[in-house]
Ligand binder design. Structure first.
Ligand SMILES: [Zn+2]
Length: 308
């Protein structure tokens, strides 16, 4: 079984900031230089009703009519982008809950989005939207693993708001190298900000801190590359560290038989680090999910799903 990686040309907006521009560069890289075990699949756009169960329906309406959002200068292209890329996260969730294993979406700009406003280049929180879709499909425990350089305060606030409405089952572990969008840790939702030289150790500790991981029905992995020292992150987090991080995440998940949906998250180009360099970092997530999928997941899929 190949790992579906969701992408549509609608994801990317020409001449836009990396958050909504880089997915096409990553997709082109995956097409020009394919990774064994990965296939690109086009998702359907997300429906406004699902968005309105995570975000304020009035805010959703304003974004979809072009009145709100951080990329409104791109008009209808931006609305198509946000619906397609959020739809990709949902499609990836549906895929792994049906088939097990791993899936990805070249979506980014997710974890800072709040209930009724955008924040930090994030308009809708696709991580929480995906998690709510998983609960709809029968998942009991959904773990968001957020290793973007910045803290996922938007996600934490949305989990809290859902909890207040009686919706439980979404947890988060978050390791960051920047305190931007930090939030107080509480049981099941924890954030740690560390220096670059402590990064891998903290990643390992975060995964080890997850209680009873074999009962997790879905991991949604916010695989930010902005922790990398050249992509906006911290000295000491180089390409080898990033590859080791991705390897640890997918091996931990395979060991615990957790399906994983991964998304791109942060990673920024600059005069000295091009968008192609950023795309090469994001490829590492695809490469490591494919590698672990090939060597480990095959032996763990159940006979029922093996016959699908
Ligand atoms: Zn970030």
């Amino acid at each position: 079984m190949k790992i579906p990686v969701y992408f549509s040309p609608d994801y990317s907006v020409d001449a836009a900031f990396d958050t909504v521009g880089k997915s096409a560069v990553v997709a082109r890289s995956l097409r020009d230089d394919p990774i064994d075990g990965i296939e690109l699949v086009e998702p359907r756009p997300v429906g406004a009703d699902l968005l309105g169960r995570v975000h304020d329906p009035g805010y959703v309406h304003q974004v979809l009519t072009g009145e709100r959002g951080q990329f409104t200068e791109h008009g209808a292209d931006f609305v198509a982008s946000i619906l397609a890329s959020t739809g990709g996260v949902v499609a990836a969730v549906e895929s792994v809950l049906a088939n097990g294993g791993f899936a990805g979406s070249l979506s980014s700009g997710l974890h800072h989005a709040r209930y009724d406003r955008d924040s930090g280049y994030c308009t809708f929180n696709g991580l929480v939207v995906g998690a709510v879709r998983a609960l709809d499909l029968g998942a009991i425990r959904v773990l968001i693993v957020d290793f973007d350089a910045h803290c996922g305060g938007g996600t934490a606030s949305l989990i809290e708001r859902l909890n207040e409405r009686g919706v439980t089952g979404i947890e988060q572990v978050d390791v960051s190298v920047s305190s931007f969008d930090n939030y107080p840790s509480r049981p099941g939702v924890m954030c740690r900000v560390v220096g670059g030289h402590d990064y891998l150790e903290a990643v390992g500790e975060a995964l080890d801190s997850v209680i009873d991981p074999r009962t997790i029905d879905l991991v949604i992995y916010n695989a930010g590359m902005d922790a990398h020292e050249n992509a906006g992150g911290a000295t000491g987090v180089d390409t080898d560290v990033i590859r080791e991080r991705e390897s640890r995440v997918f091996e931990w998940a395979a060991r615990n038989e957790c399906p994983v949906v991964w998304v791109l998250a942060g990673g920024y180009s600059s005069a000295r680090f091009t968008v192609d360099d950023v795309a090469r970092l994001h490829r590492i997530t695809a490469e490591e999910s494919a590698r672990v999928g090939r060597v480990q997941w095959k032996s763990m899929i159940t006979p029922a799903s093996a016959t699908d």
